[in-house]
Unconditional design. Sequence first.
Length: 255
Amino acid sequence: MNTVQNFRQLHANVAPLIIANVWDANSAKIFQELGYVAVGTSSAALANTYGFEDGEDLPFQTLVDMVKHIVSAVSIPVTVDIEGGYAKDARNIAANIQKLYDIGVVGVNLEDTLPKPTRHLQDIALFSNLLSETVNFLKQKNIDIFINLRTDGFLLGLPNALEETIKRIKSYENAGADGIFVPCITDLNDISAVVKSSHLPINVMAMPNLADFATLQNKGVKRISMGNFLHQHLNKILTEKAKAILETQGFLPIF
């Protein structure tokens, strides 16, 4: 079984796949050593590591260079958050995905929102067509990669988030997505409805009021991501410790 096939199988197990979201090779190595079976980059964490804001401000080649280090540092599957694909048309999105595939990446996250001027959903028909064309370009090049399609109705706090999400999921299934990522969904009834609406594996993300892994497994969730939250937490600790050094005029706070 090759790595891509292995990654697909991880979405078919009874227990959900816990994706460790990383920002460099060292964080990926730590998660692998702890027994995590797959890692995925967080676009926000990776951008912040280089001093950029999330939203494709991080240059794509910089992303590729860091992913090379991550892939070479671990033996477990690596998936990459490419936000909107770093392009407006399917041919160039597919070309960007191929660059990652060629260095050993087994999956990508692709989202149906645009971040600027403020984050907003793309037209469902236009985006579904873009996804379908992207998938076709990849097939023409015999590129087998797991496309985890992120839909942002809940992230945006839409009043009809569940209805909009289910409508989009059905369209994205037909367009060739391999999995569906619904960030910021937390209500168990909503999660059940989303899972029942699709034959694709459903991915949810860490939130303060998200249920535990066992409960999510019982609801049929197949993938759970950390997002940028662990990276944010570590940066908060870094800030507190750096401040304490100045306040105490010594290094005791870090020991």
